[in-house]
Design a binder for this molecule. Structure first.
Ligand code: ATP
Length: 239
C-alpha cells in the first residue's frame, strides 16, 4: 500500500535520512522505532509531502507520490496525524472532524457517508463525543491530540501516519490511545506508527523497523523484534 525506496531527506543542506526503504502492506500496522533525533518524524514528513525528499521514491497504492504537495497526497488517500497538537483552535470538535473529511470532496476517491463516519469517529473517541460542540482550543492537551488523530481517520484514508499519538499524555490516556489504535487495526486500517512506547507499539504492530541515525538497521516481524536482545536493550528498557 505504502512503499518507500531509498529515501533521502533533511532540512536545508543537512541530510537526516540517508536512504531508507520500508513497506507498509494493506491492512497492516508497521512501527518505526528509534531514539530521539533518529529521523522518525522526518520520515513521516517526507512521506506526506511536508518536506520534499532529496532522492528516492514514495509510492502510495502503486502510484508515485514523491515530492507532491501534502494536500495532493491527502487527496490520494494518505492521512498524517502529526506530532503535537495541531487542531483548529477556534473551531468546534465536530467542525475539526468535518475538515478532516474535506479532501474527500476534492479528489476522485469515494466520498462515502460523512455523517456516519462522524458518528463512528465519535464512538471510537468517546471523549470527543462528549465535547463535540466545544471549541478545540479549550480541550485539554490530551484531548487535542486525540482530535488530531480522529481528524486523520475522518479522511477515510488508505494509510494513516500516526506520529507519537501518546506524546505528553497521562498514563490513562496513553492506554486509551493504544486501545483506539487496536480498534483501528481491527477495522483493517493501514498504519505507520511512531511511538515513544516501543514495547506497546510492537505489541500492536505486525512489523517493525529500527531507525538509527537516518538508516534502517534492523527490521522484522514485531514479535521477533520484541524478542531481539539488542532491540530490548536499546529500546525496550531491557525488558
Ligand atoms: P524524536 O523522537 O525526538 O521526535 P525523531 O526520530 O522524530 O526524534 P526527527 O524529528 O525526525 O527525529 O529529527 C531528526 C533530525 O532532524 C534531528 O537532528 C533534528 O534536530 C533535525 N530536525 C528536525 N526538524 C528540523 C527542522 N525543521 N529544521 C532543521 N532540522 C530539523
Amino acid at each position: 500500500m505504502l512503499s518507500i525506496h531509498n529515501l533521502h531527506a533533511g532540512y536545508g543542506k543537512v541530510e537526516v535520512l540517508h536512504g531508507i526503504s520500508l513497506e507498509v502492506p494493506k491492512g497492516r500496522v508497521v512501527t518505526l522505532i528509534g531514539s530521539n533525533g533518529a529521523g522518525k518524524t522526518t520520515t513521516m514528513r517526507a512521506i506526506s509531502g511536508m518536506i520534499a525528499p532529496k532522492q528516492g521514491e514514495v509510492t502510495l497504492g502503486g502510484r508515485n507520490v514523491t515530492g507532491l504537495e501534502p494536500y495532493k497526497i491527502a487527496k490520494l488517500g494518505l492521512a498524517h496525524s502529526p506530532e503535537g497538537r495541531r487542531v483548529f483552535a477556534t473551531m468546534t470538535v465536530t467542525d475539526n472532524l468535518l475538515l478532516g473529511a474535506f479532501p474527500r470532496f476534492t479528489g476522485s476517491r469515494p466520498k462515502g457517508d460523512i455523517q456516519s463516519d462522524l458518528e463512528r469517529a465519535m464512538e471510537l473517541f468517546p471523549r470527543l463525543k462528549e465535547r463535540r460542540n466545544q471549541l478545540a482550543g479549550t480541550l485539554s492537551g490530551g484531548e487535542q491530540q486525540m482530535l488530531a488523530m480522529a481528524r486523520a481517520v475522518m479522511l477515510n484514508p488508505d494509510v494513516v501516519l500516526l506520529d507519537e499519538p501518546s506524546m505528553g499524555l497521562a498514563p490513562i490516556l496513553v492506554q486509551e490511545v493504544f486501545r483506539i489504535i487496536q480498534q483501528l487495526r481491527d477495522r483493517g486500517v493501514t498504519m505507520l506508527l511512531v511511538e515513544q512506547f516501543a514495547a506497546a507499539a510492537l505489541a500492536v504492530a505486525d512489523y517493525g523497523y529500527v531507525l538509527e541515525n537516518g538508516r534502517i538497521t534492523v527490521h522484522g516481524e514485531a514479535s521477533k523484534l520484541r524478542d531481539d536482545p539488542a532491540v530490548q536493550a536499546a529500546y525496550l528498557g531491557g525488558s
